[in-house]
Design a protein around this ligand. Structure first.
Ligand SMILES: [Zn+2]
Length: 490
């Protein structure tokens, strides 16, 4: 695991274990550590470097973020625009499981097909490489929705899903050398809870068991990505100040370090990276949910029960919690027709669309004025990206110092917005200000907190790096693939 003989010399390879904690945020993490309820994460932080503000990708939804992290590309290159979106080539809406009610309307079979049979196999663009595909070194993906690798594998679906005709018994896919996907495919081959309640093994405890078995059997590859989904549910229910999810995940991470003999040995033998994927924003108690069907009432919206448009459908709404895509199908409807209606809702903070001349336009329900931008101009931002800008920069809370762009409320706003624009669709992207959530016919209504938007509260995640003095070129999830590949080269 640690040492490898190469031409008579010993080269020390310290494996990297990356622990990805869904909806991990800086403030609650600090608070749990302060209160002594996250001793393992505290140990990793105190013996490493802490970065409280790493920028996630947009929309701030896990599947899309994970695909960006693994491929180093934005949605319009890798193809996964969110938890639900309209696929312009296939002319079809995909939903990977937004919420129980919406799944019911949309059809459980469609959701399962998309998530289990198409996401990795067909929907992630073949023009991009995941980190697992881009390195010849062995890698592990444990309980990650996004895992595409170079090795053929057969997922064994839960027999109940098969019995009810929801999924075939076997699903072909391509995976990394070390792969675990709940009860559908696993490393330990131990008897797993195969029930709906345990989410078929897609839970924190199973993730922990799987990486521990690799450590104990001395089979740890140079890079392991281990997902812990549990915290997200707690924060959605109880809000961002609820630390129970962090306490619980800490209890699952602690045995991983124990598996090395001691925590000190763990960080000597391994590099650890702890990472969140998105932040969340607390929900207001009143008037929390903004129903897009009401705003877009004059138009005929494609019903949820269909995934393919018919001629009478004028618009498609794909709501991703605090952001939404509005796809215009009817050629007689202009962007301005829809923008005007959205602008009347004061809670909508960003309304953006791209015209055929490649310019992206942004307005807001909260102020007048408009900003237009496109890549390759005289203005340079914090990430060395160049832009042309016209109009009112306060719309995206940008500030200019000579020709240098500084971001405010919306980190890396220009490239993140540009990266969510599908050049083949007439899409309008909207996000809603903190405290509120967008809803359609059967969207989940979160009581505690929610995410999806461009706002910094949804977009900044903490990162702990322990065992090495090293960091990505920029503190953004989109820059991690390049960093990981460099680390694997060393
Ligand atoms: Zn979530």
């Amino acid at each position: 695991m640690v040492e490898q003989m190469k031409e008579g010399t010993f080269i020390i390879h310290k494996p990297i274990i990356c622990l990805l904690i869904d909806s991990l945020m800086d403030t609650p993490l600090q608070e749990e550590i302060q209160a002594g309820r996250a001793p393992t994460l505290q140990f990793l932080r105190d013996n490493g470097t802490y970065f409280p503000r790493v920028v996630s990708s947009f929309p701030t939804m896990s599947v899309s973020i994970d695909t960006t992290m693994l491929t180093g590309e934005p949605p319009n290159k890798h193809g996964i625009y969110g938890l639900t979106y309209y696929h312009s080539q296939q002319k079809k809406v995909f939903n990977f499981g937004t919420g129980p009610k919406e799944i019911l309307f949309f059809g459980l079979k469609r959701v399962l097909h998309a998530a289990i049979m198409q996401l990795n196999q067909k929907l992630i663009s073949k023009d991009v490489e995941t980190i697992h595909e881009a390195t010849e070194k062995p890698t592990a993906a444990i309980n990650s929705m996004i895992y595409r690798g170079n090795q053929p594998a057969t997922l064994k679906t839960p027999w109940l899903a098969w019995l009810f005709g929801l999924l075939p018994r076997n699903v072909e896919t391509s995976v990394p050398s070390h792969f675990s996907f709940g009860s559908l495919f696993n490393i330990t081959k131990k008897s797993l809870p195969k029930t709906f309640l345990s989410k078929f093994g897609m839970n924190d405890h199973f993730s922990s068991m799987e990486i521990i078995s690799l450590i104990e059997e001395d089979k740890l590859p140079p890079l392991s990505l281990v997902y812990f989904p549990g915290n997200d549910t707690v924060v959605h229910k109880k809000g961002t100040s609820e630390g129970k999810g962090i306490k619980k995940v800490d209890e699952e991470i602690s045995p991983i370090l124990n598996a090395f003999g001691s925590w000190e040995e763990a960080i000597q033998k391994c590099n650890f990276i702890v990472l969140g994927d998105s932040g969340q924003t607390n929900m207001m108690k009143k008037d929390t949910y903004v129903d897009l069907r009401k705003i877009l009432r004059p138009y005929s919206i494609m019903p949820l029960s269909r995934d393919t448009p018919k001629p009478q459908d004028q618009l498609i709404i794909c709501v991703n919690e605090r952001m939404s895509y509005i796809t215009i199908l009817d050629d007689n409807i202009s962007y301005q027709d829809i923008v005007r209606l959205c602008k009347a809702e004061k809670k909508i903070d960003v309304i953006a669309w791209q015209t055929e001349d490649r310019w992206i336009h942004v307005v807001s329900g909260q102020t007048d004025g408009a900003l237009s931008f496109r890549p390759d101009g005289d203005y340079t931002d914090e990430y060395n990206q160049k832009w042309q800008l016209e109009g009112d920069i306060s719309i995206l809370d940008l500030t200019l110092d000579d020709h240098q762009i500084q971001y405010g409320l919306y980190p890396d706003a220009l490239s993140r917005l540009a990266g969510a624009m599908d050049p083949a669709s007439r899409n309008i992207i909207i996000t809603i200000s903190p405290g509120y959530e967008l809803v359609g016919k059967a969207s989940p209504k979160h009581k505690g907190a929610s995410h999806g938007s461009l706002h910094h509260l949804d977009s900044l995640v903490p990162m702990i790096v322990t065992g090495m003095d090293n960091q990505p070129e920029h503190l953004r999830l989109i820059d991690l693939k390049k960093w990981f590949l460099n680390l694997l080269q060393e």
